[in-house]
Write a protein that binds this ligand. Structure first.
Ligand SMILES: [Zn+2]
Ligand SMILES: [Zn+2]
Length: 454
């Protein structure tokens, strides 16, 4: 079978791809609660003859396997949605359900393309009688940056040789490296309650602890790597102002280019928390929930992904798509729209239809984090994107939710499924390419332990 014929096979799977994109988009489930989404893909893969392997301790995680022997290729799928991003496929902000979840990161497309890509690869292995194994990974909790870390902790990636991943985005491009390493930590302050007017001297405010800690961390920002990100929220609602708050908590994300930086910064944040507790005569406990790694760069693998983006059929948008994209674009600040057009070279067209330059990722790095970073430390992993929303759209917005539910996103997903199948085709049939990727991986490999404990 030629690669062209494999691409054709993916094209014939368009109804499955579209139905999957739509089903998951219509059933947005938050990380940790992706029951319907995971079950949907379990069914799809089982119907195709894949063998399911579930992890008892991670209800919505699984992999579906077909074939035998090496190489074992892992195709990463995700399906969690985001809180508060419920949105209809409309050109203005209009939630399906006020305050509900929505697919603002396009994981409805991400999982669909990965599943369809895996199915095409399975049919290819079957028809050609080629030795090798393909696994579709159903990965929950990506938005919480924890799913794949927990899966790694439970050894669900054992036995894999190489991984393929993608993400819906504003352009057709590859990323050699990316994803800031990240960790999540909770701080719990405990003080002493008292009547705030009658006996203020008896109270020790846990909320003061939280506030002073945040002030301290804001001073820390000047003295960490400029690529580090520190953000927090607090659940310190307290009771009424006349009750000195006896408990208050904050939740921090610390991100930096490398996991070693994250650990260092977290240690300094811990010292600040302790300082705040000392100042307020409260106590504080820090609990690190989990952390995820940056992506291990692999240029040989990114070259292969780029070659396949060149060979595959990129999404072709019709007048209706372009007009919808333009209306979404009109809701975005004009200067931001102009910046996006400059970056993607779209010259005023709302959708980036062409293949981006090989190294565009240097100008548009993945400064968010993903638990996929952990996978890249266990085996070589590539990441590419296809155009699934307007160039000026950021992920995690109502505009990206709308586009991910429209034919724009669905076309991007089908194209991504072709690229996935094409990459796998080369990995199975061209051992010298695989070898080159493995060699680069081995020279850069560092010890890896998932930053998670049960
Ligand atoms: Zn996201
Ligand atoms: Zn995402």
């Amino acid at each position: 079978m030629t690669k062209k014929e494999l691409f054709e096979m993916v094209k014939n799977l368009e109804p499955l791809c579209r139905n999957s994109c739509r089903f998951i988009w219509n059933h947005p489930e938050l990380g940790g609660a992706e029951k319907e989404s995971a079950d949907y893909y379990r069914q799809v893969m089982a119907d195709e003859g894949f063998v399911l392997v579930n992890e008892e301790k991670l209800e919505h995680a699984f992999y579906a396997e077909y074939g035998c022997g090496s190489p074992v290729i892992a195709i990463l799928g995700e399906y969690d949605a985001l809180p508060g991003l419920s949105q209809t496929v409309a050109e203005s902000k209009k939630p399906v359900q006020e305050g509900g979840a929505g697919h603002g990161c396009g994981h409805n497309l991400l999982g669909a393309a990965a599943a369809v890509g895996a199915i095409a690869v399975k049919r290819f292995l079957e028809e050609e009688g080629i030795q090798g194994t393909v696994r579709f990974y159903g990965c929950p909790e990506e938005e919480m940056l924890s799913g794949k870390v927990k899966m790694a902790y439970h050894h669900m990636f054992d036995g894999c040789d190489i991984a393929i991943s993608w993400h819906p985005m504003s352009g057709n491009m590859v990323y050699d490296s990316g994803y800031l390493s990240s960790a999540s930590a909770h701080f719990e302050f405990k003080g002493r309650s008292s009547h705030a007017a009658f006996a203020p001297e008896l109270g020790r405010s846990a909320l003061d602890g939280v506030e002073l800690m945040n002030v301290g961390v804001n001073y820390l920002r000047e003295h960490v790597s400029s690529r580090a990100r520190i953000h927090y929220t607090t659940d310190s609602g307290g009771f009424a102002p006349n009750i000195v708050p006896p408990r208050a908590g904050s939740w921090y994300f610390v991100r930096a280019p490398y996991i070693s930086d994250v650990k260092e910064i977290l240690e300094r944040v811990r010292k600040i928390a302790e300082g705040a507790a000392l100042m307020t005569e409260t106590s504080v406990e820090m609990k690190i929930d989990y952390g995820c790694c940056e992506m291990q760069e692999n240029h040989a693998y990114a070259d292969l992904a780029y070659k396949n983006l060149k060979e595959a059929e990129l999404p072709v948008f019709d007048e209706e798509d372009i007009s919808f994209a333009r209306k979404l674009e009109e809701t975005i600040v004009k200067t931001d729209v102009a910046k996006a057009h400059k970056l993607y070279g779209t010259e005023g067209a709302p959708l980036a239809a062409k293949l981006a330059d090989r190294n565009l990722y240097e100008k548009s790095p993945l400064t968010a984090s993903s638990d996929s970073g952990d996978v890249s430390h266990m085996m070589p992993m590539c990441v590419f994107s296809t155009t699934c929303w307007p160039a000026a759209c950021s992920p995690h917005t109502w505009q990206s939710t709308a586009a991910a539910g429209s034919p724009i996103g669905e076309k991007g997903a089908l194209s991504a499924a072709q690229v996935i199948a094409g990459i796998a085709y080369d990995l199975y049939t061209k051992p010298q390419i695989r070898e080159k990727i493995m060699q680069e991986f081995q020279t850069k490999k560092e010890d890896y332990t998932p930053m998670y404990q049960e």
